[in-house]
Design a protein around this ligand. Structure first.
Ligand SMILES: Nc1ncnc2c1ncn2[C@@H]1O[C@H](COP(=O)(O)OP(=O)(O)O)[C@@H](O)[C@H]1O
Ligand SMILES: [Mg+2]
Length: 244
């Protein structure tokens, strides 16, 4: 379980997160929606300790993100896929996927390779094991990014706008993979602008506005008129995303 209590995050004088309370149970698929600059990425980065929090608490499976001794345990449990792929350009696809399992989880090369090949097969890229990221399309890079995150067998998969840099065709191929994962019961926290995708896969929708949670509702309630759309800020966001 991920528990966020009264989370505040400032960058100097800029207050970005202003008291976020959120808990995510294992097996839940939660989509984080909200306008640009509302603090979605900052919140995701706080969850796995990429940003030091200003105040409040984040607990991941009983490990405290702010406790230096707990941080590695937190990071083992949470794997993140980012918008900009962030694959290591000098490493082959296979080495990109096996680096952390070997160095952080102390897996043998053989075990890590076997798992990597299994993951590559699941995203139909098993023929790409020895190529370098520059030789891949954006959609392929992102599928490799997902394999790299899953290679750590994380309890929580954190996705931050993973399709925002992709054209519609590549977006569709990546979303397809995420839909399968969501249906297999992985816990997923996904920041996305793909409203239809969020509607399809999520158990819950959390809407962040100006560093605060404006709504945290079961998916159906959020998308019904009584729920999400009744708030003008949410209505505006949804209509901007083409989902009036
Ligand atoms: N490292 C940083 N230093 C200073 N300001 C930052 C930093 N990261 C994010 N911000 C600011 O925090 C606010 C929220 O950013 P972000 O979390 O990326 O929003 P979102 O992902 O919802 O678009 C923005 O005003 C952004 O400029
Ligand atoms: Mg962002």
């Amino acid at each position: 379980m991920i528990e966020i209590h009264k989370l505040h995050k400032d960058f100097g004088a800029l207050k970005v997160l202003k008291g976020v309370d959120l808990s995510i149970k294992e097996g839940e698929v939660v989509s984080i929606l909200g306008g640009s600059g509302s603090g979605k990425s900052t919140m995701m980065r706080c969850i796995n300790g990429l940003e030091e929090i200003t105040s409040g608490k984040i607990i991941v499976d009983n490990f405290d993100v702010s406790n230096k001794n707990d941080l590695q345990e937190v990071r083992k449990r949470c794997s993140t896929v980012f918008q900009q792929f962030d694959l290591y350009p000098h490493l082959s696809v296979l080495d990109n996927i096996t680096l952390a399992p070997i160095s952080v989880l102390a897996k043998s090369k053989e075990e890590a390779n076997n798992k990597a090949m299994e993951l590559l097969k699941s995203v139909a890229l098993e023929d790409k094991e020895s190529v370098y990221p520059a030789q891949l399309s954006g959609g392929q890079k992102q599928r490799i990014g997902i394999c790299r995150a899953l290679a750590m067998s994380p309890n929580y998969l954190l996705l931050d706008e993973v399709t925002s840099s992709l054209d519609p065709e590549m977006t569709a191929e990546v979303l397809e993979i995420l839909k399968v994962l969501a249906s297999q019961g992985i816990t997923m926290i996904s920041v996305t602008h793909e409203i239809e995708f969020a509607r399809e896969i999520s158990d819950r929708i959390v809407f962040l506005d100006d560093g605060k949670i404006l709504k945290d509702l079961p998916k159906d309630e959020f998308f019904s008129d009584v729920g999400g759309k009744s708030d003008p800020r949410i209505a505006k966001f949804l209509s901007k995303m083409g989902n009036q």
